[in-house]
Design a protein around this ligand. Structure first.
Ligand code: NOJ
Length: 722
């Protein structure tokens, strides 16, 4: 049960001066100061556009010191920090807030804990391929234990932006293209981060992001405009945010993008009418970094002052890093452009989360000793390994080349195979490369006889002495994540050349892909005998990959994002509409002249070292919905886990409907030859959709129900609803 702090909040707020109130809305990060005369951002730009080398950048960074703005803190001008992830600094600053400010209001520390803190687990896109809510919650729990021990109170996660365009770099940070999966994933993360009581020392508030539809930026370009129908917004993009709010998430971050012409940062329809009005959210709304000031660039605000006015009126509580509120709100309130009561609502939201976190009773929720004892425990490593193994998707396995025999001589190629720092993927600020196990290290530890070449030199010599050739290729961690959209998502030319040269030796080639997004890899699919999609798996990457390669683990991951056959198909996703002329062989159908309409690997796809058969699909109806019952049989010779997926199609509705919609899923374990009856539930709610006026209406009529191991490989039955 959520406790009610409204009385304390009001009493405290009534003691606050206007300046102190505005101070509570200010979130800032430490600024870097050093032997350079430009801002840190400019310095980064200088490195990225080649004006200074990476070495020069690193040298300058070595001279930098952090400025924590203590004077502002003492004066009550800071309510929250972003980006402080160590107990010593957090407690030092907290002490200033509690002991040296007039009212002693504790600070709130936010941090990007996206996929683990010190124990880095797979990137969210990878972990979503496990289709396992219990696992998602478990990894969030260990992230919360470590991060809170380091002084963090709130994580800027989970990201539940449905992402259908593989070119977008932040595909890596969410659960892929499906609306149901993102909802279930987000809810599990919220539970894991927040635990059952936010005031416990290891509970971390979750800040849901990026509200809304940040994943729908045009052409997959980061921060780009989002223009979509209301039907699409309500059905395909908003449900995951709503699910997390219903699950009790305590903070939310509006997105950088505009929706149909109004930036989310100043969008009162989104932040007041929907979020607070319709959905009843009473938590904290924190802007994205510098987003308030950027409304000037959007062309919707005249200046920072105008942007601040619009943002606070729209319901934006806290200003992350743009200094807009601290610079402009006082005057706006004093001359009546913003009612003080509007400001008070924002202040209340900030104080509420601080009360809920128990910060007034226990401002120092950790200390350096706890921090030291909590990091990277053996049991956390074991969870990181389990998560990594379950995230791996076997994309191809010609003639059962895998699993490998432990006495086969291996030739291994590619810089990523030995690069420990690359195992973590995007957004792993607290990571230490020394914690990571690379593939080459794992081979060594297993006592496998191998030869390694980073760049393919000595290729012929190594190949002649090897039984199997493994190419570790894909993307470096900097190639996905924020501000890392790619227009061409094929393999890098040197990776393709490597695989071509390996294939030319006539030895069997296994490709291990490390990447943060779906790639368009038709050539690789032709050339390699086996392909393992290993994403960026975190600290246990090397061990997990070898466990799958050598069959200690039977792979069970399934794609949560479609792999296009060519980049020109993007955005490519399974739940598309049929059109009046579905893609087919004849000329006047919805297709390309120069590319297939089908993907390379469909949504939900992933192979195993065993095989499964689906039989006997039937239904039972009750007042809550439909129970779909199916028998799944392990028809191979190994035990395995199968992710059973249930899709529907509404073939005749009042608005056009997707060709398939995921409605339910579960994971089951089967011994060789074993069969199990599986029940999947589709609730009545899940059979509703929106009419032209945006009313939710039930679907009535014949429903097609598909069950199988991926969206294309299913058995189907028709069910009459009404
Ligand atoms: C910008 C990103 O969009 C957001 O996801 C992140 O939480 C903030 N920066 C803070 O680092």
């Amino acid at each position: 049960m959520k406790k009610n702090y409204e009385k304390q909040i009001k009493e405290l707020r009534e003691k606050m001066t206007l300046e102190e109130k505005i101070g509570q809305l200010q979130q800032c990060g430490p600024s870097l100061v050093g032997a350079f005369e430009v801002s840190f951002e400019e310095l980064l730009n200088m490195m990225f556009d080649g004006r200074i080398s990476q070495e020069e950048f690193e040298r300058l960074m070595g001279t930098a010191e952090q400025d924590f703005h203590e004077e502002d803190l003492r004066a009550g001008r800071i309510g929250s920090y972003n980006g402080i992830g160590d107990a010593g600094t957090a407690n030092r600053l907290q002490k200033i807030a509690v002991e040296e400010t007039r009212l002693g209001i504790p600070l709130l520390f936010g941090y990007d804990v996206i996929h683990g803190f010190r124990t880095v687990t797979p990137i969210p896109l990878a972990e979503s391929c496990a289709w396992e809510p219990g696992l998602w919650e478990k990894t969030a729990r260990i992230a919360a234990k470590e991060a809170t021990a380091a002084g963090v109170h709130m994580t800027f996660a989970p990201m539940v932006d449905v992402a259908k365009d593989a070119r977008w770099g932040r595909v890596s940070e969410g659960a892929g293209e499906d609306v149901l999966l993102n909802s279930v994933y987000g809810v599990s993360k919220v539970k894991g981060f927040q635990g059952d009581d936010l005031s416990k020392e290891d509970a971390m508030a979750a800040c849901l992001k990026h509200f809304a539809a940040y994943g729908a930026g045009e052409a997959g370009r980061d921060y780009n405009r989002v223009d979509m129908s209301m039907q699409r917004l309500w059905e395909e993009y908003l449900p995951p945010y709503k699910a997390c709010i219903d699950a009790g998430v305590r903070a939310i971050m509006p997105a950088f993008n505009d929706i149909n012409g109004i930036p989310c940062t100043v969008n009162s329809w989104l932040l007041r009418d929907i979020l607070r009005g319709k959905w009843g959210f009473d938590g904290l709304v924190v802007s994205d970094s510098n987003a308030i000031a950027e409304c000037v660039n959007h062309g919707i605000a005249e200046d920072k002052r105008d942007a601040s006015r619009q943002a606070i009126l729209a319901g934006m509580d806290m200003d992350m890093s743009s200094n807009s509120y601290i610079e402009c709100l006082k005057e706006l309130v004093e001359n009546g452009e913003v009612e003080e009561s509007v400001l008070d609502e924002a202040v209340d939201d900030v104080l509420r989360i601080k009360f809920e976190l128990g910060l007034f009773d226990r401002p120092y929720r950790t200390n350096e000793e706890r921090e030291q004892q909590t990091m990277l425990k053996e049991e956390y490593r074991a969870i990181a390994l389990e998560a990594a193994e379950k995230s791996i998707v076997l994309l191809k396995n010609e003639e059962n080349l895998l699993p490998l025999k432990s006495d086969a001589k291996v030739g291994i190629f590619g810089a990523l195979a030995a690069d420990k720092g690359q195992m973590t993927g995007a957004w792993a600020i607290g990571a230490n490369p020394d914690d990571c196990v690379s593939i080459v290290e794992a081979l060594k530890a297993r006592g496998i006889s191998y030869q390694y070449s980073t760049d393919g030199s000595n290729l012929l010599e190594i190949a002649s002495e090897s039984d199997i050739l493994v190419a570790v290729i894909g993307e470096r961690k900097e190639e996905s994540g924020e501000a890392a959209s790619r227009a061409d998502i094929t393999l890098h030319s040197e990776d393709l050349a490597l695989v071509r040269n390996l294939q030319a030796t006539s030895k069997p080639v296994v490709a291990v892909l490390l990447n943060g997004r779906p790639l368009a890899i038709p050539e690789l699919d032709q050339m390699a005998s086996a392909i393992i999609e290993a994403w960026h798996l975190g600290i246990e990457a090397g061990n997990a990959i070898l466990n799958v390669l050598y069959g200690d683990v039977n792979p069970s991951g399934k794609l949560t994002t479609t792999f296009p056959a060519t980049v020109g198909q993007c955005p490519m996703y399974y739940a598309h509409m049929n059109t009046g002329r579905p893609g087919g062989k004849s000329k006047f159908t919805s297709k390309y002249l120069d590319a297939p309409v089908d993907p390379l690997y469909p949504f939900g796809y992933g192979l195993s070292y065993t095989t499964y058969a689906y039989e006997d699909l039937k239904f039972e109806k009750d007042e809550d919905g439909v129970h779909v019952i199916v028998t799944v049989r392990n028809t191979g010779e190994r035990a395995g886990e199968e992710i059973v997926q249930c899709y529907t199609q509404m073939p005749y509705a009042k608005r056009v409907r997707p060709v398939r919609e995921l409605k339910s899923f579960t994971k089951i374990a089967l011994e060789p030859g074993e069969a199990k009856q599986v029940e999947l539930k589709i609730t009545n709610d899940n059979l509703e959709y929106y009419d032209w006026e945006m009313n939710r209406i039930p679907y009535e009529g014949k429903l097609k129900v598909y069950v199988g191991g991926n969206v294309q490989d299913t058995i189907v039955e028709e069910l009459a609803l009404s």
